[in-house]
Design a protein. Sequence first.
Length: 160
Amino acid sequence: MIQLTYKDSYSFNVTTEDVRIDTSVPSSQIRHLFKFTNDMSKDVKYAYGRTETIYDRYTKITMTHNTTESAPDGDINFVPNGYWKYSVWEVSFNGTPEVTSTKAPRTETEAAADQSGVYGTVKGCVEIGKLHITEESGEEEVQYTENPEPSGSNYIYYGQ
C-alpha cells in the first residue's frame, strides 16, 4: 500500500524491474502508465511519472499535484482524498522515450496516436495495489471538535 499526503508533489516506489515484461529493450526505454480508480466515486485518472528513476528491482516515481491534470507531464489531482486502487502499466518505447499526448498511450487499452518515429506501446500490467491519500493536517474535509470532560456529574435522571 502506498500512503501519501495530499500536497504539491508525490514520491513513491513501485516494483517494476522484478516483473518487467519487455526485457528486449534497456530500462531507459521503459516508462510506466498509472491508472488510479477512486474507491468511493469510481473516478478514473491516468498519469505517467514526472520523473522515473529505475533501480535494480524497483522504480522511484514522482508526480505533481495540479488541478489542471496532464497525464504525460505527471500532473494529477487526487480529489476526492481517500482510497484509490492503482495499476501500473509498462510502456515500452522503440527509442528514447517521448512521453507526449500523441507519442505515448493515454490509457492501458489505447495505442499511441502518432506511431511514426519513436512511440510507446503498452506491454502489460506489472503491479496492482492500494493508494491512500490523506488530507493535510488542519485541512481535513471533516473536522471534529473535542469538548473537555465535564467537571460535575453527568447523570440524566428520569423525569427531569
